[in-house]
Design a binder for this molecule. Sequence first.
Ligand SMILES: Nc1ncnc2c1ncn2[C@@H]1O[C@H](COP(=O)(O)OP(=O)(O)OP(=O)(O)O)[C@@H](O)[C@H]1O
Ligand SMILES: [Mg+2]
Length: 244
Amino acid sequence: MTAPVVECVDASKNFGGVTAVDRVSFALEPGEILSILGTSGCGKTSVLRLIAGFEAPDEGEIWIEGRVASADHTLVPPEKRGVGMVFQEYALFPHMTVLQNIAFGLANISEQERHKRLSELLELVRLTGLERRYPHELSGGQQQRVALARTLAPKPVILLLDEPFSNVDATMRADLRREDNTILRESSITTIWAEAITARFKPGAACGRIKTAYPTTVNKATKKEKAVERDPVKEKMTKRCVPS
Ligand SMILES: Nc1ncnc2c1ncn2[C@@H]1O[C@H](COP(=O)(O)OP(=O)(O)OP(=O)(O)O)[C@@H](O)[C@H]1O
Ligand SMILES: [Mg+2]
């Protein structure tokens, strides 16, 4: 039996008295997509940062491809985890073109390989033809896909997407979410996708398996979330955490 690509075991994180993450557990098989849904401040980004290695858990463990990444006396640095994270604000380089931004993720490969990989990535994220544009010449959705391609460029084993459409008009989100979901499935990348629940969010739109975070902390979600994972009728559970 192969180990899960990523496993989070009872991970907790406090920030000066605020419990951001409290005993969160899950495991993802290769190619699986997990959506962490929850209201603002419930700890979604904190969970992703623990997995990426930007933060150390106070308690619990993170395992990546069967090896411990975070535990009591272990903290593998972010660059050695094979984890790619697309940040909420995309963090594109404004003075670089689409191609230069994506190529930033590629190092130590031959010119020929680089060219091939860039063409593949542009095609994957549907940006072929726009490679010479600068970020300010792109729509919010296109900017998000540049950030996605740049993160996928070095072939991470896990992709973390932190509210990928927070900069995009709400009416565009459903289409973009569908497109991203297709791109992720085409590239078979194991993905954790954090998305804020707002009054306009349609629970059925979430990608992959769902982990629901309740308004207080991700922790409060976890006990109920186990039921969500087993329950094909996810919508009912998810609706409960839409703020009134
Ligand atoms: N570095 C930090 N120092 C202090 N408190 C922090 C830090 N990072 C997060 N927090 C707190 O932890 C809680 C969870 O924050 P987090 O950013 O993980 O929430 P979130 O679910 O991603 O919210 P949003 O949807 O607004 O992005 C919040 O109360 C936040 O203020
Ligand atoms: Mg966040």
